[in-house]
Design a protein around this ligand. Sequence first.
Ligand code: ARG
Length: 463
Amino acid sequence: MANKKNKKILSSSINKKSSSLMDDFNSSINIDQRLIEEDLAVTKSHVDALHKLGTLSIKEKNKIHKGLSSIQKDYLDGKIIFSKKNEDIHMNIEYFLHQKIGDTALKIHTGRSRNDQVATDTRLWIMKSSKILQNEIKQLMISILGQAKYHKETIIPGFTHLQIAQPILLAHHLMAYLEMFRRDLDYFSFSIKGSDENVLGSAALAGSNYSLDTHLLNKKLNFTKSKNNSMDGVSDRDFCMYFLHASSMTAIHLSKLSAELVLWSSNLFGMFNVHEEYSTGSSIMPQKRNPDSLELIRSKSNIIRTKAMEFSNIISGIPLTYFKDFQEDKKIIFECFDELKICLNVMSEVIKKSHFNEDKGVQLCNSYFATATDLADYLVIEKKIPFRQSYKIIADIVHYAQNHNKNLSNLNLNEFQLFESTIDKKIYHYVDVKNSLNRKKTPMSTNPKNISKQIKKYDLYLK
Ligand code: ARG
């Protein structure tokens, strides 16, 4: 056990005379205790490297490992009480270890610094968390793909400027989001790759006075390489920015999707019904269901986007190397992770369980002349009329129909011929909303054959 004198060495060597106000202000344990698993792993690997050097005997190494594992167990059993006097997760662990195994614990900090320790812990955490978010994104993609498959034939209007533009398949619209989230998966892979550099061996800033085996350190912690430059090692937080940027992009996509579904669930659109598990009633208006889940995703996503800005405010303008400013970084990445994770999770459930209205889309397409472009192409293809001219003719026809309270399918042939005498009954083929989809020729189009192909592609991708 720790002898009295040495117990004092550990608790008083760093924060000799700090006031309790300062202890409170200076400590980060309430936040960085989340790095406990990473910090224990980092210390275990460092101890292995010290042993390889002969700085620690096998007996000492085993004793320390056992002590660290027992701290981990205490933590999982909820038996650990962290102290602000011990400032952060690193000092708390050192303190607990001393209590458990005595003075052998006083050797673990040989040849390292909290600067390389915290940077390495954070890198491990970012890699782990990026993978968790990638998995959440995949779950959401699976939900979206499920709806796309179910709605392989459902037609909706596609919008530009939120004006009804042309008929498309709902599956086509949904799969546009699969493209966005696929890019997000790649972005998080970039975040993982950018974090994959072991800082251990950098010590405080100049490198360690002990020839720690970096290959061993990397192998134990699953890094593929070490930092090239110890000064960059302890001050580099770019990898956190990669993580926050990837999170921002995902948040932008979530915010877009939620905003869209909020609109679609409005009575005015009538295209989407949020499942009752994810909508709420009004406290006064009995007829209402509000899409609260989606509105919260929208606002939370917009807050997530600000995290990259918050973080860059901390790291920008800081000279080399370590400054305590960096201690504030973890709060930001943790908040970002927690909010993004729950938003992805809720969005996935909302998409999976809610209902897209199958009939409303065709109705809207017909009422708002969604096949007008097809009619202009009818004149180009069948009657060899130049496009600018045919555009004008169809614009006049649409105007006429609006004034007579009709849509394109209930104009009769004579009415069409008022504007262009060569128009024949084949025009009705071009008026039809479903035919419009089949007419699309390019590989990225809404043509149902193409959409089926893309569904298959995503099926394989997500397997
Ligand atoms: N708690 C500190 C942080 O999160 C650990 C590094 C402390 N290093 C130092 N030189 N004060 O950044």
